[in-house]
Design a protein around this ligand. Structure first.
Ligand code: SAM
Ligand code: SF4
Length: 400
């Protein structure tokens, strides 16, 4: 059975994804791209020969069936095709994978089904096919609205082409989002404010706004080390972050996570599964999962190299290379690390239950006095706006 597109009624944000309610996400990794962007360290690979999609679809079916056997009886609340570039897949491949998910578990009638797409015209031409396959949300990698910047980011689209893809997404899917990268070389708060306002005019309910990170072993890292790429210093990055928060909040798209903005109730439900430490299966090359098996939360990861993953699945029935039960301290640290990224923060009682001890009262008092964290009126602990730029330090302090 293929998961059919939903009626055009708004997606209920509450069902199955209440803050601490049971949700179950399925992440599907498609590891191929047409070219490698110089800033990117995702598990993505360029192949010059055609990809045997039917063979991959069979391997996905096997891995999904094996995962469903270990974690049976779940109701899937979200499915996310990430990459790499999932918009290079034929719609029939997406439909086959959704069929496999539906064979393994039941899928909630209002499940969110997202596909990451690169905004070229070739890919936008497949949107209707994805919708017919059951995708009801796309997330487009627009990255910038300036052609010269896009060229330097190694992108294969122009700003106009990206905006045309956004318009096709708006006309095709109930929900869409797009990504921009800011704090690029020479990026000033004024230039970013203008670009962001232009983006918001085209945005629907959701935007992902990432500060450029120089990832190790990428061409950008080599350029930065050679002094040939200069990203904004800390003060400028902070000013860019502040501009982002103010403009988005004024436009009704407040941050609900460090880099993610949405109209209230229109958050990406799949990503909330990660940040709320709920349960998810990860399938495909290099996918990570967190499954509860026999009452223990387990961390899973699969073989990263696409062809090695294929062969592993074909011989063993799954591509797992990591499958380990987490100890309470690890689960509690991850709960903090992920949950404190969210504007809604965390429930300290849930932390205490996982960790077997409450958060350290002394450290909490210190961070509160520094203005880095605060308690909400309903008893949740969250990072303040001034704490977010130093989030890693806050988490390290509480987790230590
Ligand atoms: C899995 S990636 C890309 C999906 C899709 N292939 C694309 O490029 O549009 C998801 C997003 O991460 C962001 N991203 C990737 N590398 C980054 C980096 N080094 N710094 C900041 N953002 C990054 C980009 O905005 C990208 O759209
Ligand atoms: S940013 Fe997207 S298109 Fe570029 S290499 Fe990474 S996954 Fe591929």
């Amino acid at each position: 059975m293929t998961v059919r597109p939903l009626a055009t009624s708004p997606v209920s944000p509450a069902r199955g994804t209440g803050r601490d309610a049971t949700a179950f996400g399925v992440y599907v990794h498609w590891p191929f791209c047409l070219s490698k962007c110089p800033y990117c360290d995702f598990n993505s690979h360029v192949r010059h020969a055609a990809i045997d999609e039917a063979r991959f679809a069979r391997a996905f079916a096997a891995e999904i069936a094996a995962t469903a056997e270990r974690a049976p009886g779940r109701t899937v609340s979200s499915i996310f095709f990430g990459g790499g570039t999932p918009s290079l897949m034929q719609p029939a491949t997406v439909a086959a994978i959704l069929d496999s998910v539906a064979r393994g578990w039941s899928i909630a009638p209002d499940a969110e089904v997202t596909l990451e797409a690169n905004p070229t015209s070739v890919e936008a031409a497949r949107f209707r096919g994805y919708r017919a396959a059951g995708v009801n949300r796309v997330s487009l990698g627009v990255q910038a609205l300036d052609d010269e910047v896009l060229r330097r980011l190694g992108r294969r689209h122009t700003a106009n082409e990206a905006l045309a893809a956004v318009a096709i997404a708006r006309a095709t899917f109930e929900r869409y989002s797009f990504d921009l990268i800011y704090a690029r070389e020479g990026h000033t708060p004024d230039a970013w404010a203008a670009e962001l306002r232009q983006a918001i005019a085209q945005a629907g309910e959701h935007l992902s706004l990432y500060q450029l990170t120089i990832e190790m072993d990428t061409p950008f890292a080599a350029l930065a080390a050679a002094g040939a790429l200069k990203i904004p210093d800390e003060d400028c990055a902070r000013a860019l972050y502040d501009v982002t928060q103010t403009i988005c909040a004024d436009a009704g798209l407040p941050a609900y996570e460090v880099s993610n903005h949405a109209r209230p109730g229109r958050e990406c439900r799949h990503n909330l599964v990660y940040w709320r430490s709920q349960e998810y299966a990860g399938v495909g090359p290099g996918a990570h999962g967190r499954l509860v098996v026999d009452g223990r939360r387990r961390a899973t990861a699969t073989e990263k190299r696409p062809e090695a993953w294929l062969m592993r699945v074909e011989s063993l029935g799954h591509g797992l290379t990591t499958d380990e039960a987490l100890i309470p301290e690890e689960i509690a640290d991850e709960f903090l690390l992920m949950g404190l990224r969210l504007a809604e923060g965390i429930d300290p009682a849930r932390y205490a239950k996982i960790a077997g001890r409450p958060l350290d009262a002394g450290r909490l008092a210190e961070l509160t006095a520094q203005g880095a964290v605060e308690m909400t009126p309903d008893g949740r602990l969250r990072v303040t706006r001034s704490g977010f730029p130093v989030l890693d330090a806050v988490v390290a302090d509480l987790a230590a």
